[in-house]
Design a protein around this ligand. Structure first.
Ligand code: SF4
Length: 274
């Protein structure tokens, strides 16, 4: 018995040595030293593009962006927002309503909507049933009717019925996120706070290697660092128009596309010539 009791500490010591070896193997010194260098390189230069296959330096990406935007400028010299509106308030409401539908559909109900409720005070006092009937053709009309009436009430209560001119205030409104706020600030007030990334902008920017992809915010930051602030509003509109009418999601019109040589989309690689 006495011998058994004396041996116990030796057994414990041997077992405790195993985890110590495992810990050393998990965090090698060389790896710890490399991490900051890799991070620095990534932040400064390296960009991994769509599907992680192509990487190149940031200055090359800027160069590529300027070439892309030059071509888009030739296609759309004076790009315009395609939503119908007369005031910043109407633009704000139209952009909120354009979620999950097309600008064309929103424009189809705009005369009835803004004829009945031209400003925030009128919309704040709207009958919800009447409002739904007007919005019915654009889909999600129940939720959208509630959202725009709540927004109008908020504007009346906190901003005297006017549309605020800052990102911080705009994103407090119901149905308004950065994308909508960016469109309203740029289009209604000429304020370049960022670049609105909608489905068209995201698709075109990824196909043309202007962004590493990822989150919408990440894409916006990528686009913002490529061109000067004064170009953002028009760059955004050009990307939207190109994505809406040419570089569409399914079956993009690659034949004769002036950006085909700069495009990473699989559709662009397909040679459709006879
Ligand atoms: S080549 Fe096709 S996919 Fe590429 S940018 Fe042009 S239309 Fe879009």
């Amino acid at each position: 018995m006495a011998d058994a009791k004396k041996r116990t500490p030796e057994v414990v010591t041997k077992r405790s040595a195993k985890p110590a070896r495992a810990t050393k193997a998990k965090v090698p010194t060389a790896k710890r030293a490399k991490a900051p260098v890799e991070r620095e390189r990534e932040e400064a230069f390296e960009r991994v593009l769509v599907r992680g296959r192509v990487s190149y330096a940031k200055d090359l990406r800027v160069e590529r962006a300027l070439r892309v935007y030059d071509e888009l400028e030739k296609l759309y010299p004076e790009p315009r927002c395609e939503l119908d509106y007369d005031t910043p308030f109407q633009l704000l409401i139209a952009v909120i309503l354009s979620a999950q539908t097309t600008d064309k559909r929103v424009n189809s109900i705009a005369p009835a909507l803004f004829g009945a409720y031209p400003d925030a005070r009128a919309l704040a006092g709207a009958n919800l049933f009447d409002l739904r009937e007007i919005l019915r053709p654009i889909g999600f009309f129940r939720a959208k009717a509630r959202a725009i009436r709540t927004t109008a009430k908020y504007l009346v209560k906190h901003h005297g019925g006017e549309v605020p001119r800052t990102m911080a205030e705009l994103v407090k409104l119901q149905g308004v996120a950065r994308k909508t706020a960016n469109v309203v600030l740029g289009e209604a007030f000429g304020i370049a706070e960022g670049i609105a990334v909608d489905t068209h902008v995201a698709r075109v920017a990824q196909r043309l290697g202007l962004t590493r992809g990822g989150t919408i915010r990440r894409m916006e930051l990528d686009l913002m660092e490529l061109t000067p602030r004064e170009r953002w509003a028009k760059d955004h509109l050009r990307l939207v128009l190109f994505g809406r009418y040419r570089c569409v999601a399914r079956s993009p019109k690659c034949e004769g596309c002036p950006l085909r040589g700069a495009c990473f989309a699989p559709e662009a690689q397909h040679d459709s010539s006879p």
